[in-house]
Structures are given as C-alpha cells and as structure tokens.
Write a protein that binds this ligand. Structure first.
Ligand code: C2E
Ligand code: CA
Ligand code: CA
Length: 603
C-alpha cells in the first residue's frame, strides 16, 4: 500500500476498481491519522513505509526504515520469536499475530512494545503485503511499576507497627492463619499464643506523658523481640498489648518457659530519658487444643487468660481453660440486655463532624451508636457491636442506626439552613453486607425521609470487602447504581490488595486514626505515619477516590493532612462525637468561632 495509484492487478470491472480504491483511501486515512505506529511491510518482511508515530516510537526516519527488515528493530533475544511468527503469517498458517516484545531504540536501549502483524490480501485472496502495528508499552509499564511499588510500600507499612517496628496485628493474623492451616495436616502439633499486657502502663502514660510512654513501648518491644524461638512472631497488638505467637509448641510447659523468658527480659530497669522505671506484664496463654480453633478464638482465649492473670493482681501468667470463657460471658451477661436495649431504646446516636480541608466547613457527620446500659453505664460500641455481630442482633441494630441517622438528618435539613447540604455517614458491619435486603432497605429509608441518595454515605471496613469480595462487589455496584456512596473505613489496617480495591466502586478512603496519630512529633514512628498517609493519598488519587483523615487530635496533624492533599478530616481536635442536640448547637447554628480553626490559614 505504498502508493496512491490504482492497484495494477486483479481488477476486471470498474466497480471493483472503485471499491478497491475506496478501501485504499480508508486505509490511507487510518495509516496517517492513527496514534499507533503502523508500518507496511512486504512479504519478505522489509519495511515499505512507516507512519509518523511508528518513526517516533522506534526513533528512526522514514528513509532509515525503508527496505530494512522489520525484525531488525527487535531486541536480539526476541527476534527469533518474531521471525518464526512472521513465517507462519506469510505461509498462510495464521492471518495475524500479536506479541509483546522489546524493541531497541537508537541508543541501544530496549523498550517494551506490543506488535500486531496481519496480512492484507487482494480480492483473489493473494497476500499482497503485511501491516505491523506497534504500541509503545513504556508508559503503561511505568504506571504499572509505580502502582506495584506503591502497593509494596503500603503493604510493608501496613504490616508493621509504626512505633515499635514490630509486626502489627494484620501481619500477626496472616502468620497465624497460615500456621493454623498447616497444623491441620500435622496431627499432634500445636501452636500457642502469649497475650501480654504491661501492668500500670496507663500510669506511666498519664503521669510522665505520651513521649515517655512511647519510649517505654519501644524499649519493651526491643526486649520482647529477643524472646521466643525462630519461627515465632512477636507483634504489637495495640496500646500496651503485645503478642508472642508460638508457631510450634509441644505443650503448656514450653509456652510457660517462653513466659518465664519474658519476665526475665522485662525485669531489668528501663531508662526513659531522666527516669528509671520498672515494668512487668500480665501474661495469658492459650494453646490450640484441637485443630479447629481459629486464630481469633486463640487470641480471644489468650486475652481471657490475661484478663484473669491481671484480675488476680498482675505480673502473673495464666493458662486458658474453658471455665474462664463461661465466666466472662456470664459476667458480661450483655447479650440479653442488648436484645432488650433495642426494645427499650437505650441506644442513641452520637454525631461527629467531618470537615472539608479545603473550606473548613462541616460537610458531614458520622453517626456512632451509643448504649446507655441502666447498670453498667455507657457500654463502648467496640464491645456491643461485636456482641451484636456474634449473636445475630446486628441486623435489627443496624436497621435502627440507619433509620435513626436518616430521621435525624432529615429533621436537621428541614429545620436548620446550615444543615441544608449536610451528609451523614453510617457504619455497616460485614454481616449487614451479607443481608440480601440491604440495598432496598437503604433506598427505602432514604425515600421514607425524603433524602437524596447523596445525603447518605456508608462506611465499610476492608475486612468486610476481603471476606467475600464477590458479594461485596455486587452490593457496592447495586448501591452505586442508586447513587449511594461508599467509604472504606479504617483504611490501611486490613491490608487489601490494590487490585481488589481497584475493581470496587468506592468513593473515599478513611485513613485509620493509628496512621494519623503517627504523623506528628519527631519520632521514627511519626516519620512512618506521615509516609503511610502520603502513600495512601497517592493511592487514592490513582484510584480517583477522596480521602478522609480520621482521629485528628492535634493542629500538627491537621496541617500535615492538608499539606498532603487529604480532602476531609475528623477527630477530637474538631470535636468528640456529640448527642444530636449538642451537635446541632455547635455546628449547625450561628457561626461560633471554632477553636480548632485557629492558626489554620488554609481553612
Ligand atoms: P470507627 O468507625 O472507626 O469510628 C470512629 C471511632 O473513633 C469512634 O469511636 C470515635 O469516637 C473515635 N474517634 C473519633 N475521633 C477520634 C480521635 O481524635 N481520637 C481517638 N482516639 N478516637 C477518635 P466509637 O464511637 O467508640 O466507635 C468505635 C467503633 O465502633 C467505630 O469505629 C465503628 O467501627 C463501631 N461502630 C460505632 N457505631 C456503629 C454502628 O452504628 N454500626 C456499626 N456497624 N459499627 C459501629
Ligand atoms: Ca467509621
Ligand atoms: Ca474508622
């Protein structure tokens, strides 16, 4: 197809000739107008003509390319592969082929391309010439590399505790799951957990300050890391709680020996700046008895044993047995109470503002459930939500929260001008995601209160998406169809693969407060916290979603989040979660000077 002349052969009639000419014109238009590199190659594989993009991709002029074998552009190691395919093409075994290979530029640098070669035949079926189309993959590859790098960095950061550098609970869970699974094929083997809680840590923190508290945790971590045997995992579980996971253990004596080792390393005094102090730990031990304990059960059992050890005075070690479990359940006796609480309306919603970091305005609020127990007082949601999940009460509880949040928002929107565009976010448990009627319920609730879909955002944790990605994706898409947005809560704590996230229609990521907490000050932990936040913001940009920083407690954190390009912030610095009337008074009426805004010129 090198010239615009009418084709010399084959044509019997003018009609056919015209048709050929027309095809030729089309082809010419594609050839010149394409953004893709196209070369016309003769049946011997020599370049007849190459369009401008092709010349640019390979870095050679039309003159240089003319008559050169097109496989000469290939990296020597890829040439044979291409040559072989081309041969199959000219011999009529295939009519086209596609391959990824490396070309070599003028300077001898290899770069990746996708090559599609096909034969163009005349009306009688005779092969006339070949067309080689070349796609430069460098750009795509670089974007992929960047994403992989981000993923890798995030993974590392997400699996380690920023303060101590120890594996965090996510990595611990991974190791435990792996180990518990492999135990199933090794009858007679056990694994075990030592659950450590530092005695009187709260005193240190409260009296000597967080800085000293952090230093203490770091030093304890260094010492604990020397305990256990190869293959064991020493992790920070949260706060002043540490876990030593024993991957293989013959029985309780071996676990008790590790506990003794822990006491030994903790017995030496700690030098915390100008303070010299001592510490000790309460230790709970649980071993797999049968092979069907899940890592969660094992941790819960060890936690219970630790609780026991602490209850009898601390600085002790206790080994779990089943009677502890029952005792705890009975003591709490909360399940029946929770059932009644729903009926007796002991549940309330508190609201915490979410502000825009661009304008400083309160754009939304998160609805958080509270339980005023007639005897126990306020039961924290971390306790009763998990109880509701375990007992199947989460369905009715979740419905109540959704309905009440919608009702309250509708009331505010209708009565307070400042609330006209306010949005509310509602937390969903993994179990609610599995309820078949969820999407309809959400839509009905909105309808009932006359709210537009944009007024409601649902917060889901990573774990609920990872547990059953197919169901989650289905529900998310159904919600998306109804224009209800979904936020990913506690992001970074339950590392989920970016490729999964990429496929889910999410609208925002909420950066877990542990990362935000790690952002300020001059410690190594702070440095890592900032790095994680930066990485998450970059990730969110690449996914095209927005970012909410949670748990903002200081002006430094707020400024840092703003500097990193975070969209929204939430946390005690702005406000604690408040009862509805207090929330309205503070944020939806008049324009009270808000202390947290001071010193932030960007707001
Ligand atoms: P979450 O979704 O991560 O909610 C944010 C939690 O962080 C709230 O705790 C809030 O009081 C606390 N928080 C807010 N700002 C700060 C801060 O600056 N510093 C610190 N240290 N904490 C801050 P809360 O209300 O105790 O809720 C705990 C968890 O219970 C929630 O975590 C959520 O997972 C769950 N939850 C609460 N209400 C509901 C609900 O209605 N349904 C479901 N399924 N879960 C709920
Ligand atoms: Ca939440
Ligand atoms: Ca959260």
């Amino acid at each position: 197809m090198p010239t615009r002349q009418p084709l010399p052969d084959d044509d019997e009639t003018g009609g056919l000739l015209r048709a050929m000419q027309q095809r030729e014109d089309w082809f010419r238009a594609v050839f010149e107008g394409s953004a893709m590199g196209i070369a016309v190659v003769d049946m011997q594989g020599r370049v007849i003509e190459a369009n401008t993009p092709f010349q640019r991709i390979v870095g050679r002029t039309a003159g240089e390319l003319k008559d050169t074998p097109f496989v000469d552009l290939d990296h020597p190691d890829d040439r044979e592969r291409n040559q072989a395919q081309f041969k199959r093409l000219v011999t009529g075994h295939v009519s086209n082929y596609q391959m990824e290979l490396r070309y070599v530029d003028r300077a001898g640098e290899p770069f990746p391309v996708r090559l599609t070669t096909s034969v163009v035949r005349a009306a009688d079926g005779r092969a006339r010439f070949c067309v080689a189309m070349v796609d430069d993959l460098t750009q795509r590859t670089r974007a992929e590399e960047e994403r992989e790098e981000l993923e890798e960095r995030l993974r590392h950061l997400a699996l380690h505790d920023p303060l101590t550098g120890l594996p965090n609970r996510v990595l611990l869970a991974e190791r435990m799951t792996e180990c518990v699974t492999s135990l199933k094929s090794e009858p007679g083997s056990h694994c075990g957990v030592l659950f450590l809680d530092l005695d009187r840590f709260k005193n240190v923190n409260d009296s000597l300050g967080h800085g000293v508290g952090d230093e203490m945790l770091r030093q304890v971590a260094v010492r604990l890391a020397t305990c256990g045997r190869p293959g064991d995992t020493v992790a920070r579980f949260g706060g002043d709680e540490f876990i030593i996971f024993l991957s293989r253990v013959t029985g309780r004596d071996e676990a008790l020996a590790v506990a003794a080792q822990v006491r030994e390393v903790l017995s030496a005094p700690l030098e915390l700046g100008s303070y010299r102090t001592y510490t000790s730990a309460s230790i709970g031990i649980a071993l797999t008895e049968s092979t069907d304990e899940s890592p969660d059960e094992l941790l819960r059992n060890a936690d219970m044993a630790m609780y026991h050890a602490r209850a009898v005075g601390g600085s002790r070690t206790a080994v779990f047995d089943a009677s502890m479990h029952k005792a705890v359940l009975e003591r709490l006796g909360l399940e029946n109470d929770l059932r009644a609480a729903l009926a007796r309306s002991e549940l309330r919603l508190f609201f915490q503002p979410i502000v825009s970091l661009r304008t400083g305005e309160v754009v939304a609020c998160e609805a958080l459930a509270r339980w005023e127990h007639p005897i126990h007082g306020r039961v924290p949601p971390d306790r009763f939500i998990s109880l509701a999940e375990d007992t199947g009460l989460i369905g009715p509880l979740g419905s109540w929260v959704l309905g009440e949040a919608a009702r309250q928002l509708a009331e505010w929107r209708a009565t307070l001008p400042m609330a006209a565009k306010l949005e509310v976010t509602v937390n969903l448990s993994p179990a609610q995601l599995r309820e078949p009627g969820l999407v309809d319920e959400v839509a009905d609730t909105l309808g009932e209160h006359g709210l537009p879909p944009a007024a409601l955002k649902l917060e889901l944790t990573e774990s609920s998406l990872v547990e059953d990605p197919a169901t989650a994706a289905g529900v998310l898409r159904a919600l998306k169809k109804r224009q209800v947005q979904v936020y990913l809560d506690d992001f970074g704590t339950g590392y989920s693969s970016l490729s999964t996230l990429h496929r889910l229609p999410l609208d925002a990521l909420k950066i877990d407060r542990s990362f935000v907490a790690g952002m300020d000050g001059g410690t190594t932990g702070a440095h890592k916290g900032a790095e994680i936040v930066r990485t998450i913001v970059a990730l969110a940009r690449s996914l095209g979603v927005r970012v909410v920083g949670e748990g903002v407690e200081s002006h430094e954190q707020l400024a840092a989040l703003h500097a990193l390009g975070c969209d929204f912030a939430q946390g005690y610095l702005i406000s604690q979660p408040l009862p509805a009337d207090e929330f309205a008074e503070s944020f939806l009426t008049g324009d009270p000077p808000l202390a947290w805004r001071e010193g932030h010129r960007f707001l």
